[in-house]
Ligand binder design. Structure first.
Ligand code: GFB
Length: 312
């Protein structure tokens, strides 16, 4: 990839896609091809084929996906499998037809088995049953990984996948029901503090553990891989340590300055109890995350205050 390369970031308005754009621009890559949903519907094969023929991207990052937290995954099961299969099939097959030089597919750590040994390494894929709350999404992501591998095996395509742990950061979705955990914690604690509520209620038991990576660190790692990684094997990208949901809540309360009671609604799901990924393949390539959990929460909260709490 050179500064002149034509680079398509699919999903550039989302949290991961917008972080990829920031990272690419920081790296001096200016020939970015960016299409809004209104300009290009990635679920429509004909539109995607026409797009590839017209724009001729050389490098493709697939960060376009229908995503959400545990409840969104549990509720919109059909949408999560169908939309994601459509988007990735169109983008991956289309990239092959158009002769794209290299493609990165963004998967998710929910593709590992529910009862996976911890930390989960890339060799554990396909070794057990999936977590039922997000199995439609996980099956779509597994299909994307398999597609990249298949186009590599059959056609020699330089298509590969990365598997991030749970993410948070700038441009996150703060929807009260559908958001991922960190966005939910920030918005709930913010509201409790500003409304001076004596307590704040979270889902589940607080005992599951999650590994949280700040999205810009994922983006920098992905851009680096696009430049230097030449294997077909998927690569885990994680923070390296995990925390219980209760610990995450306590950290958010501390950063936001909320001192009320933390309560749990055990009628709401816990999801998988633990999903710490083994990022040693990525670390062996010389990468480590730059943003600590606290720094990431501070940055995310600043974005929340600017973009969500006081929209312009
Ligand atoms: O990020 P999240 O929604 O999904 O986190 P997963 C869910 C965990 O946070 C559960 C707890 O243990 C919840 O009980 N939690 C506590 C809350 N309070 C809240 C709250 O107010 N909102 C939310 N959302 N959670 C996702 C998958 O699973 O993992 C995605 O659904 C994706 O598909 C992502 O793969 C990496 O971590 O359980």
């Amino acid at each position: 990839m050179t500064p002149d390369s034509r680079i398509f970031v699919a999903g550039h308005n989302g949290m991961v896609g917008s972080a990829l754009v920031r990272s690419l621009r920081r790296g001096g890559f200016d020939h970015l091809i960016l299409k809004s949903k209104a300009e290009l519907d990635l679920t429509r094969q004909e539109e995607v084929e026409r797009f590839y023929a017209q724009e001729k991207p050389e490098f493709v990052f697939i960060a376009a996906a229908k995503v959400g937290g545990l409840m969104a995954n549990k509720t919109y099961r059909a949408d999560f499998i169908t939309t994601n299969l459509q988007i990735q099939a169109n983008l991956i097959h289309g990239a092959h037809q158009a002769g794209v030089s290299k493609l990165l597919f963004m998967a998710s750590s929910c593709i590992y088995p529910r009862e996976c040994p911890q930390p989960m390494n890339e060799g554990h894929l396909w070794s057990g049953y999936l977590e039922p709350t997000n199995s439609p999404y996980a099956v779509a992501k597994l299909a994307g990984i398999e597609m990249c591998r298949a186009y590599h095996d059959q056609h020699g395509a330089r298509f590969f996948s990365v598997i991030p742990c749970n993410l948070y950061g700038q441009n996150d979705n703060y929807h009260p029901e559908n958001s991922h955990v960190m966005a939910a914690l920030i918005s709930k604690v913010h509201r409790a503090r500003t409304e001076q509520q004596p307590s704040v209620l979270f889902w589940g038991t607080g005992t599951p553990r999650r590994e949280l990576l700040y999205v810009d660190d994922l983006a920098d790692a992905s851009v680096w891989l696009m430049q230097h990684y030449e294997q077909p094997d998927p690569v885990n990208i994680g923070y390296g340590t995990d925390h219980s949901i209760r610990e995450l809540i306590e950290t958010v309360c501390d950063v936001l300055g909320y001192t009320g009671r933390i309560e749990f609604d055990a009628s709401k799901p816990d999801g998988v109890m633990r999903k710490l990924i083994d990022s040693s393949r990525m670390q062996a390539l010389g990468w480590k995350p730059a943003t600590t959990l606290r720094e990431g929460i501070v940055k995310s909260y600043a974005d929340y205050l600017q973009r969500v709490a006081t929209p312009s």
